[in-house]
Write a new protein. Sequence first.
Length: 561
Amino acid sequence: MEYKNENKICQNCKKDFTIESEDFSFYEKIKVPPPTFCFECRMKRRMAWRNERSWHRRVCDATGKPMLSIFRPDAPYKVYEQAYFRSDAWDPMSFGREYDFTRPFFEQFDELLKAVPHPNVVTRNGVNSEYTNYCTDAKNVYWSAGFVRVEDSSYVFGAVTDTKFSVDLYGSNFAEYCYELIDCVKSYNLFFSQNCEGCVDSYYLYDCRNCNNCIGCVGLRSQSYCIFNEQYSKEEYFKKLEELKLNSRAGLSNTQEKFEELKLKVPRKYAVITKAEKAIGDDVLNARFVNQGFYVRDSENVRYSFRVWGNCKDIYDGTIAWDGAELCYDTHSVEAQRVNFSSLIWGGFDIEYSYNCFDCNNIFGCIGLRNKSYCIFNKQYSKEDYLKLRKEIVDQMLKLGEYGEFFPAKYSPFGYNETQAQDYFPLDSERAGAEGFNWAVLEEKNYDITLKNSAIPDILPDLGILEQVIECGHGGKCDDNCPRAFKITLFEYNFYKKFNLPLPTLCPFCRHGERVRKKNPLKLWHRQCMNSGCQNEFETPYSPERPEKVYCESCYNKEVY
């Protein structure tokens, strides 16, 4: 059958959007109706089900033990501590129930969501990493989320993988002894840098490759001993490094100011797309056939998705898919095959409308299951009965307009302001409510501050700083759920001491927020190359009003390579 592009009106934001001909082929292949929400609204709806960093103190509903939890104490959900949740002390199947054809599916799913216990955080294979969430294979990791295979690190978020001995990272892979990085790869002793690969012993780099001993540089390739894109001898470089006084906050601030000025002078490629074939999006590496993909690594046929990496294939509308996920549609946090309209599915195949299930197959509308097959609403069926009942439910959902859409935002266990959606699509409470999202009234933090922000020493003080409650520079006047104060851990202090770095002036929440705001938005604009005389056009995450010089790939390569 030959398909054509179709223009639609988003039933959520009421804006026009296009369903492309290739999309219809995919929907037909997996036998689902086309979406009724635009790309951005679909993304927000999935992200509103992901609470990475808004953690609360509450007690385990099974043991009474105090614990940290992504669920608020006043939320109507049962929550078990991770160890108990994964034990055989309780059975998720005991909450199984019959499907009621007199009522809508989502209404019944919400009731099951409130009945089945949830883990306080979602982790797998963690060692000495209590303060982590949405992660696997953590060892000695503190206050971090959204990572795979990380050791001896703190405050790392955003699909960080295979990283050691690092602090304050976002989306950076194969990093060691690094600090304040955003979307960097294969780096060592790299600090305050973004979109770099293979860089060593350097500070404040942007879009650099295979550089070492460089400071404040933009767009360099295979260079050494450069400062603000100027070449120095080895002896001159280290003398200048001393003069910059990067061990002080004043020195870092002066260097960053010049660095930011240089970033506006050096042309930027229209998008960060490297070693990719037929790719439209941003932050795409070693991938092919990508359309509106953001942070896509080593994967194929990915569309309308964010954070897809590790040999994934045929991912449409995926928000976080990794390690071989395949043929998935409208999902969040999936490491499985043939999954639709589901969240937190780690392992398994042939899954729809399920939440927080591990290593299951052929399940529909299930919550909290492990190693189960042919279940609907946590109730066991034979293969024949399962397939028959599933078809009947899908037929009813199609009549009610439910099938083919992710879980409605109003059923999310979290407030919009607690979730990943607020990072990338910030809203105030009024706007969030108008769009159908929940909003959390968060507990106000009233810490007894012992060190004012203005009194934080310019260089690293002695160990006595570990006893101080430090005022955050934002003072709660931001959109980062700022607790207004923070403390320095011993690991963090030793890291700063090892690399002769000053203390941060912002709390971990606000430092994360600052990193996210340095990233490009998850949105594309159609533009023309800004190099004089060039007529090439492209899709870019740089909006027309931004100040950067945005070049097509050909013009960019002439300037940078």
